[in-house]
Design a protein around this ligand. Sequence first.
Ligand code: HEC
Ligand code: HEC
Ligand code: HEC
Ligand code: HEC
Ligand code: HEC
Length: 387
Amino acid sequence: MLIKFFMPLFIIFMFLVLFYNFSDAKITGPCVNCHTMHNSQNNAAMATYGADSKPWKGSGVNPTLVRGNCLGCHGIGTSKIVNIGGSDVPQVYHADASGDLAGGNFAYITGTKGSGASDRKGHNVYELNNGPDPLFNNTVIPGGFKGSGHRSIIITNLSCCVEEGCHGKRMEMSGITNLYAMKGTHHKNPDISKLDVADQVYNSYRFLTGVKGFENNGTYKWQNKDASSHNEYFGTTTPPIYNYSGGCINSCHSANGLRSVNNTISGFCGTCHGNFHTLSGGYYGNDAGIGSTNHSPFQRHPTDIVLPSTGEYAGYTAYSIEAPVARITVPDAISSIVSPGSDIVMCLSCHASHASNYPSMLRWDYTAMVAGGGGSGGCFTCHTQKK
Ligand code: HEC
Ligand code: HEC
Ligand code: HEC
Ligand code: HEC
Ligand code: HEC
C-alpha cells in the first residue's frame, strides 16, 4: 500500500530532479547547430559565413569547435533575439525597431540603426571591422592606465573578450582568440537570476568576471524593458583606490583574469577607465578620480556612491530605465522602487555598455539637458530641481 502511494510521488520527484538539471544548462539543441567537428563536410568548410545555409559570421576554424565567432551567433539577425535551432541567442548588432537588449546595440556605430554612423556612439570593438574610433586612435583609453604594463589595452585592439576585451577570461593568452576566453561559460550559464558569487567567469553577471548582479529572466530576458522588468545592477558606497599597496595588483588580476575589483558594474568599467571611478591618489595621482572621499564636493562625477536621501535626490523614487541605479546587495527580485539613502549611482546610470544612439554612448541626448528649461529624464531623473 505504502509503496503504491509513494511510488508515483517518487517518480514525480525524480522527474523534477532530472528536469531541473536539464533546464540548468542554458544551451539547448543539437550540437551540430553550433559546433563542427572537423570544419569539413562534403569537403567544404562548415565554419564560414553562410555555410550550410546558416548565417554564421567569421571564417576558418574557431576554438572550442564552434561554427562562428561572437558576432557569428550574436550579430546575425534583424531582431534582438534570434533562435538558433532551439536556443535563444541574445543579439547585440541588429536593426530591430522594437528596441535593443540592455547592453545596447553596436549597429548605432555603423549606422545600420539610429540617426547615422558615428564612432562616438560606442565601443568600437575590432569584431565590427569598422576600425578604431579615430578620436582615441592609438592612444590609451580615456581615463585609462598610462603605465607601460597596461600598454596592451589600447584603442586598436579593443575586443569582445581576452585581455583587451570585456567578456570571459581577461588575461594574456598568446595567439589565443576570443572563444578560448569564453571556454566553459555558455553551457554552464546558471539558470538563475541572482548572481552574487561571481568568483568564476560562468557565474559572473553576463560572463563579466567578478561582476555581481541580477539578470532579468523569463519573457523579457536580457532586457531593461520598464520600471518593473529590468536587470538589477550591483554597486557599493565607496569606490576603491587603484594602487599597488592596496592590493589591486592582486585583486584586479586574478587566476580568472582581470576582474571588477569590488564586484560592481562600475568597478568593471573601471578596469579600463579607472581614472573615472577611483578615489584620488594611488596609481593615478591626486588630480585623478572622483575626489578623495565619497562625499561632495567631487572633482569628477561620482559613481559607486549613495544617492543622498536629502535635497533634490530624495525626489527620485520610481525606478527609471533611463537613469537606472545600482543596489548595495544583489536583490532577490526586481524592484520598481528607488531608495535614496541606499541606492547607488553607477556608470550605467548615464551610459550604455556596447553602444547607444547618442554621442559618448550616453543613454540620452545630452544637448537636451538644459537647466531651467523644463526638461525631464536623463540628468533630471536624479537632479530633480535643476529642470
Ligand atoms: C555558436 C553560437 C555562439 C557563439 C559563437 C557565441 N555565443 Fe554567446 N551565446 C550563445 C547562446 C545560445 C547564448 C544563450 C544561452 C546562454 O546564455 O548560455 C549566448 C549567451 C551569451 C551571453 C549572455 C549570457 C547571459 O548572462 O545570459 C554572453 C555575454 C555571450 N553569449 C557572449 C559571447 C561572446 C563574447 C562570444 C564570442 C567570444 C560568444 N558569446 C560566442 C551562442 C553563442
Ligand atoms: C577592455 C577595456 C574597456 C572596458 C572594460 C570598458 N571600456 Fe569604455 N572604452 C574603452 C576604449 C578602448 C574606448 C575608446 C575607443 C572607443 O570609443 O571605441 C572606450 C570608450 C568609452 C566611451 C566613449 C565612447 C565615445 O566614443 O565617446 C565611454 C562612454 C565608455 N567607454 C564607457 C564605458 C562603460 C560605461 C564601461 C562599463 C560598462 C566601459 N566603458 C568599459 C575600453 C573599455
Ligand atoms: C546553441 C549553440 C550550442 C549548442 C547547440 C551546443 N553548443 Fe557546445 N558550445 C557552444 C559555445 C558558444 C561554446 C564556446 C564557448 C563556451 O565554452 O562557453 C561551446 C563549448 C562547448 C564545449 C567546450 C566548453 C565546455 O563547456 O566544456 C564543449 C565540450 C561543447 N560545447 C560540447 C557540446 C555538445 C556535446 C553539444 C551537443 C550535445 C553542444 N556543445 C551543443 C554552443 C553550443
Ligand atoms: C543616477 C542619478 C544621477 C544622474 C542620472 C546624474 N547624477 Fe549628477 N549626481 C548624482 C549624485 C548622487 C551626486 C552627488 C550628490 C552628493 O553627494 O552631494 C551628483 C553630483 C553631481 C554634481 C555635483 C558634484 C559635486 O561636487 O557635488 C554635478 C555637477 C552633477 N551631478 C551633474 C550631473 C549631470 C550634468 C548629469 C547628466 C549628464 C547628472 N549629474 C546625472 C546623481 C546623478
Ligand atoms: C552622471 C552621468 C555620468 C556618469 C555616472 C558617468 N558618465 Fe561618463 N560621461 C558622461 C557624459 C555626459 C560624458 C560626455 C563628456 C562630458 O560631458 O564630460 C561622458 C563621457 C565619458 C567618456 C568619454 C571621455 C572622452 O574623453 O570623450 C568615457 C570613457 C566615460 N564617460 C566613461 C565613464 C565611466 C567608466 C563611468 C563610471 C566609472 C562613467 N563614465 C560615469 C556622463 C556620465
